[in-house]
Structures are given as C-alpha cells and as structure tokens.
Design a protein around this ligand. Structure first.
Ligand code: PFF
Length: 450
C-alpha cells in the first residue's frame, strides 16, 4: 500500500533538513581541498559567486517544481510537461536522476564508513587495542564493507521512520551538534602554532588563477555537488513543504548556510594542515602541491592528532564525529530519492522500500569496494562531474521552457504574495530560462575539454 505523503512540520525543520543534505563531506573535505588546489582565496571567491548566481537559481527550480507537483522527480517532470514527447523526456530525466542519486550514495557510504572507522580508532587506542586500531585505519576490503554496511543501516533506519519522524527529527538533532563541534575545533586549531600560515593560504586570493577554466569548472562542480543539485533531493524536500512557505527565502537561507559552513570548514582544515607542518608532518606532495584528497583526511590530519599527545584523542574523535554527522544528514537525502520514487510509483510501503533500496545500494557499494581501483573514481566522476551539472541543466529547462509559465509563476507567488515587487521575480524566470543553461553548458564543455 502507498502511505500518505509526509510533510515537514516547520520552517526550521525544512531548513535544517535541506541544509543537512547540502552540508556534507563535500563541504568539510571537498571545499577546503579544492580551495587549496585552486589558488586559495581565488577559488573561494569564484565559488561564492557561482553558488549564488548559478547554483541558487537551479536550487530554486528544483524546490518550485517539487512543491508544485508534490511528487518525486520521475512523476514531477511528467506532471509539469504538456506534450507526449516532453512527458517522455521528463520521465527518463527523472529516472536518470534517481539512478545518479543511488550511485552517489553507493560511493558516499564507503567514504562515510571510513569516517566511522576513524571515529572508533581513538577508542581502541585508549583501551590499548592496537591491533584493532591498525585494522580500523588501514585500507582493507573487510573494513570497508563492514563500515559502509553500518553507515547504510543508520541511513536506512532514519529514512524508514519517515519525513517528520526520521528526516526532520534527525536533521534537527544532528545539524546543531555538527555546527557546535566544528566551532569548537576551529577555536582550538586557531590557537595552535602554524594556523596563521594556513589561514593566509586559504584566504589570500591568487588572482592569476581567477580566470582559469579548471578553477571555474571545479568551483561549479563543487557548488552543484554541495547544494545536492540535479538528482532530485532538493525537489523531493521541496515537495514536503507547505504552500504557505516563502520559497525564494528558504532557498536563499539553505544556500547561505551551505556556503557559510563550507567557508568555516576551510577555516578548520587549512590551518590544521599548517599546524601539522609545524609538528613535522609532510603537507606537500612531491610535485609541490598541498596534500589533498584521502591522504589529507586519513593521513595528514590523523598524524596531527597523534602528534598532539593526550589532547589529540578527543580532538580526533570530535573531528571524525563531525565528518560522520555531516555525511549522515546528506546520505539520508540521497536515499529519500529512490525511496520516495518506489513508494509513490510502485506502491511499496516506506519501511520495506527503504530497507530494500538500502540493501541494493549496499550491494553496489560492495562492487565498488571489491573493484576499487577501477570503479571508485569512475563512479565519482561520472555522477558528480558529468551527470549532476547536466541534470541541473535539464531541471532549469523543464522549469522555464517546458512548464507553463503562468503555473510556474503562480507557484512562486504561493506563500510570498509580495514577490512581484522583488528582484527575484524580475530576474529569476528569464535568468533560469536563458543564462543558467548557457552558463552550465559552457562551463561543462570547458571542463570536459580540459
Ligand atoms: N551535498 C552533499 C555534500 O556536500 O557532501 C553531497 C550530496 C548530497 C550530493 C545529496 C548529492 C545529493 F543528492
């Protein structure tokens, strides 16, 4: 039987859930390392411009379509289409979104599993179980499989509890805790020797890099991934919003929270790298670049925590707790995409659907773990660099070319009757119709050619 649709019980519930989806490993890991690799402050600057000028308008397209149609991406794009052809394209685009969300979760849960393993490591160190510590921190199939399974169980349990009792309740608990942990860590790191050098690398823009197509493509990919765009997570969260909410304001708050937390993460990770350097940890690769990627999180920072002595244990614990929470609030939004589709289009109950899809995703993760060298980077690139921007482009096209303009405008007006006097009303519809698709396409092609 299909269950009645859920709904967020409050504005704050929606904002925390949507920000929870947006704020994830992409912010705390991806953003600072991208900044470090792409000219520090220059990347930060371009990122903020793109987040508000490109990702925010695309986010609005998803929220507006979602709230109007009150359905998952597959049905939503069909509902706003008029001709037979458009409906078909809508259906396949929606379906593609569901598959990409599923694939993103397949690799995301592996990485989140590593965070869980590193979270447990300080506990095994305290209790003197050094063999367990080694097992937890060394790359191995068994560890990867077990922890991605544990992480998927947490994710699935939240989604199976529903929109209000699962997604909203847990986002409201986890998001404030995450912010608190992060602020504590930033304050601690800032007082350590070397932090100031990291701050300079992070914030001083290298203007020579500002027009670099590689930098712009990275910033666009980062902005789309960070705001969870294209795959229907924001669309489905929008569909759980009431008609009397002011959508442009809600979207703006989510974009602001997401960018601010990414910025804060930079204040933590880059200074921490240079604190590690003070303690003798190598932070530059042989090619002379700052260490980024997995080595940064799983070698450089743990080396820093170990070098701190006794205080390093709680600091490491807090850091990986922060990472795990950030990953969890994002992964629940990814799982909601295929789950809402099966609930609504195949009339399967929520718990059955959640556990069934959770298991399928774990099987995909297992495949990736067992063929790590060939499948991991391939899946990441295919989903985040290629599919997400293209799906974002399709959603802009559906919102402004396919959907009847009056209906779209009426949906924006709902919950914000004075919108006609706002800048949003004057700019957004034509901007998303002409500029967004052209800009996304241009940067996408440039990125691919590079
Ligand atoms: N926004 C998340 C992050 O920054 O880690 C990742 C993400 C969540 C991507 C949900 C896609 C998605 F559907």
């Amino acid at each position: 039987m299909s269950s009645p649709r859920g709904q967020f019980s409050s504005k704050t519930g929606f904002i925390l859930a949507a920000s929870g989806s947006a704020v994830g490993l992409g912010n705390i890991w991806g953003f600072p390392t991208n900044a470090a690799e792409n000219g520090g402050g220059a990347f930060v600057l371009i990122y903020f411009v793109l987040a508000f000028c490109l990702a925010y308008p695309a986010l609005m397209a998803e929220l507006i379509i979602g709230r109007h149609t009150r359905s998952n991406m597959v049905s939503a794009l069909q509902k706003i289409s008029t001709g037979e052809m458009a409906r078909k394209v809508g259906k396949y685009t929606g379906f593609f979104g569901v598959i990409i969300a599923t694939l993103i979760l397949s690799f995301y849960s592996i990485v989140a599993g590593w965070m869980l393993a590193f979270l447990l490591e300080p506990l095994s160190t305290i209790t003197g179980l050094s063999e367990v510590s080694d097992w937890l921190t060394e790359f191995g199939n068994t560890r990867n499989l077990i922890f991605s399974a544990v992480f998927m169980i947490f994710t699935t349990a939240v989604i199976s509890a529903g929109v209000e009792q699962g997604i909203e309740k847990w986002s409201c608990r986890l998001m404030p805790s995450m912010l608190l942990l992060m602020v504590c860590l930033i304050v601690y790191v800032m007082f350590q020797e070397g932090a100031l050098t990291g701050l300079k690398v992070y914030l001083l823009p290298d203007f020579r890099q500002i027009g670099d197509p590689q930098l712009i493509a990275s910033a666009m990919g980062q902005a789309f991934f960070s705001l969870s765009l294209g795959v229907g997570t924001m669309l489905i969260y929008g569909s759980y919003l009431g008609p009397d909410e002011n959508l442009p304001a809600m979207g703006a708050i989510v974009t602001l929270v997401d960018s601010s937390i990414a910025f804060l993460a930079g204040l933590l990770v880059l200074p921490a790298l240079f604190v590690a350097q003070q303690q003798g940890v190598t932070i530059y690769s042989e090619a002379g670049n700052l260490i980024a990627g997995p080595d940064l999180i799983f070698q450089t920072l743990p080396a820093l925590f170990h070098g701190m002595g006794a205080i390093g244990i709680p600091v490491g614990l807090v850091f990986f707790c922060l990472m795990t929470i950030a990953a969890l609030t994002s992964s629940i939004s990814m799982l909601e995409v295929p789950v809402s589709y099966t609930i609504e289009n195949h009339r399967i109950g929520r718990p059955t659907s959640a556990w069934l899809i959770g298991t399928i995703i774990f099987i995909f993760s297992g495949f990736i773990v067992l063929n790590f060298d060939t499948l991991f980077n391939f899946t990441v690139t295919l989903t985040t660099e290629y599919s997400q921007p293209l799906l974002g482009l399709m959603l802009c096209i559906f919102a402004t070319w396919v959907w009847h303009r009056d209906k779209m405008l009426a949906e924006i007006r709902s919950g914000y009757p004075q919108v006609e006097q706002s800048l949003f009303w004057k700019i957004w519809p034509s901007y998303v119709r002409f500029c967004c698709p052209a800009l996304i396409l241009l940067m996408f092609v440039q990125g691919v050619l590079n």
